[in-house]
Design a protein around this ligand. Structure first.
Ligand code: G6P
Length: 611
């Protein structure tokens, strides 16, 4: 959802900014632009990918040691060269890049137009730089002060970065609701929406908080609040490896991330699960155990794939820990006047830790006194910091827009939480707990086994690449997997797909079934196996094409379905960790056969930092 990059230091800014934009391109890719300062302000921007921008500016004099760059995911104004960032002030001396939405931009714009400002773009972002210009002129103040005063008038979400041709030793950044990280190097600073453009230069980062303004001037970083209160920058050390944000020989990030799952789950379990010692420990959870033990319900809030992980959690926690669970779309929860009690434990799940709706839902739950236990991937993200406690999934950076390893990491953490709580509450016997610990430990190898035999999935993808619709059906633990499989296909191949609880099919979707409809059954040998066989028969009777994900050695479904994909056997409660893998691969290969851009599907953004 827009990526922003800035550099100020001794090196050439342009290559750092372009590289940073490529690293952030997963956040938005409908246009890109950069501004460099070398005496004058030079703004270059272009509709399309960062590579399109690069193509148009080759041969220009790009010498500069200070600059900003932006990759856009359009909110206000269609993607075109004019609406691309950076945007300049009327006098052409100031430039801004912005991620977020300025909600009161229309009224600000009208006031500024009355004062003679002329706008080139349809964006909300351009209004901010004109406002800063106007306030600076009227108050005859420094740029820093003008930014501060302007932000007091702005309603909405922003991460901004501003430079001025009057001072090539100064870069100003600020945030509210949209992420911003500052890399602190040796006499140089890197600004970015997340740490990925920064880590090859420095591991030392400062996360900006809401309502904070960072002023980097003459090689020094100072922080203050919008209310003019000085703040002390706290430097964190990043543990991310550079290889983790590169493709490592895979054609796409998505494929790399699918294949990383044995490792990412192992990383998630590391130090937490030691089955031989009967040990399972989540530090954040142990600190808040009383809250977990004293609540009679857990509320999960999430969006997209993370919401599907939350649905798996509903099965896990009710089944294992006998606590009632509510699963909420963050976007609905926040506007629904939900009943939230002080005893509630609210569990936001988020890969990025920056999803605006999830953050707003957390604020609401917090304001009612609930305990917030975050399950995030990105360390230091806004949701992680807004939570009272939490558990990271440690999946490493997920760059592919379609979430894969984050889902299995989330389910792994949620399964661990349910096991810990079940044991503490006595709803899970010690012997079953022990059995489940050993089984959880085998999951990475079992995923590896599925990944090693992708050929049948590729063949199915080739066969159905031209399908117009797909239906995904599952029951019990596999119902959320059906939703996730359908979402994956929609996201990257643009085929219409619906996920449904298999038994619900007869209340509607069965009307869609004919000989052209591929129906993916997630039909593993679990508690609902016999029931789902009947559902398969119902589809076959209507000539639907059955593709079934089955437990290895299942002859019965093999004889019924047109296509089967086998996965290893596991306990019911861990099945989603295995059954989702063939569906991730299926969507990937269908998209490849259809020639789709897997890592940058149209209209989507990896991190949705606007409502
Ligand atoms: C976007 C992404 C999805 C993701 C969802 C929630 O829609 O494209 O892959 O599942 O946001 O994101 P979060 O970072 O909160 O898990």
């Amino acid at each position: 959802m827009c990526g922003i990059v800035g550099y100020i230091g001794k090196r050439e800014a342009y290559p750092i900014i372009i590289k940073g934009l490529k690293r952030l391109e997963y956040r938005g890719y409908d246009s890109a632009g950069i501004a460099l300062l070398n005496g004058d302000l030079k703004i270059m921007k272009k509709k399309g990918k960062v590579s399109d921008l690069e193509g148009t500016i080759s041969g220009e004099n790009l010498h500069s040691t200070i600059g900003i760059g932006h990759t856009r995911w359009a909110t206000h104004g269609e993607p075109n060269d004019v609406n691309a960032h950076p945007h300049a002030s009327s006098d052409g001396k100031l430039a801004i890049i912005h991620n977020g939405i300025i909600e009161n931009y229309q009224s600000l714009k009208t006031e500024l137009e009355i004062k003679g400002h002329k706008f080139k773009s349809e964006t909300d972002s351009e209004v901010v730089i004109h406002l800063i210009e106007e306030i600076k002129k009227n108050n005859n103040c420094s740029l820093e002060e003008a930014v501060r005063l302007s932000l007091q008038e702005v309603v909405g979400a922003y991460a901004i970065c501003i430079l001025s041709s009057d001072d090539d030793k100064q870069l100003i950044a600020a945030r509210k609701g949209s992420p911003l990280v500052i890399g602190v190097g040796d006499g140089e600073f890197f600004i970015a929406s997340d740490a990925t453009p920064i880590i090859e230069y420095t591991n030392n980062v400062v996360y900006l908080d809401d309502y904070e303004i960072a002023v980097i001037k003459n090689g020094k970083l100072t922080l203050k609040s919008v209310e003019d209160v000085p703040k002390t920058p706290f430097v964190h050390t990043l543990e991310m490896e550079l290889e983790s944000i590169e493709k490592g020989g895979f054609e796409h990030f998505m494929l790399k991330e699918i294949h990383e799952q044995p490792k990412s789950i192992r990383d998630c379990l590391r130090g937490r699960l030691l089955p031989k010692d009967n040990h399972l420990f989540l530090n954040g959870m142990s600190q808040y155990m009383n809250k977990f033990l004293n609540t009679d319900r857990l509320i999960f809030i999430a969006c997209g794939t993370s919401w599907h992980a939350a649905l798996v959690a509903e099965y896990l926690f009710e089944d294992i820990a006998r606590v009632s669970v509510e699963v909420e779309y963050a976007s609905e929860f926040r506007y629904r006047n939900p009943v939230i009690r002080e005893t509630d434990v609210v569990i936001p799940i988020s890969q990025s830790g920056e999803t605006a709706d999830t953050l707003a839902a957390i604020d609401l739950a917090k304001s009612k006194g609930a305990t917030i236990f975050g399950v995030c991937n990105v360390v230091g993200s806004s949701i992680a910091r807004a939570s009272h406690a939490g558990a990271y999934i440690h999946a490493g950076p997920e760059i592919g827009v379609a979430s894969t390893k984050a889902f299995t990491g989330q389910v792994t953490v949620l399964a661990m939480m349910a096991l810990i709580l079940g044991l503490k509450k006595g709803t899970l016997s010690e012997s079953r707990y022990r059995e489940l610990l050993f089984e959880l430990d085998t999951i990475p190898e079992k995923i590896q086994k599925i990944l090693e035999d992708a050929e049948p999935i590729k063949r199915i993808a080739e066969t159905f690449q031209f399908a117009k619709n797909f239906l995904y059906l599952g029951r019990g633990y596999n119902f959320p997997v059906a939703l996730e499989g359908a979402l994956k296909l929609k996201e990257i191949s643009y085929i219409h797909a619906e996920g449904y609880p298999a038994a619900e099919m007869k209340h509607g979707p069965i009307a869609l079934i004919d000989e052209d409809m591929p129906v993916v059954f997630i039909a593993t040998k679990d508690a609902t196996y016999e029931k789902i066989i009947s559902n398969i028969q119902e589809v076959k009777a209507r000539k639907g094409k059955v593709i079934a994900i089955v437990t290895e050695g299942d002859k019965d479904i093999h004889n019924m379905a047109e296509y089967t994909v086998e996965i290893p056997k596991t306990d019911d409660c861990f099945i989603p960790l295995l059954s989702v893998i063939p569906l991730q691969l299926l969507s990937y290969y269908v998209a490849i056969y259809r020639g789709c851009n897997v890592d940058q599907p149209r209209n989507l953004a990896k991190s949705v930092t606007v409502e």
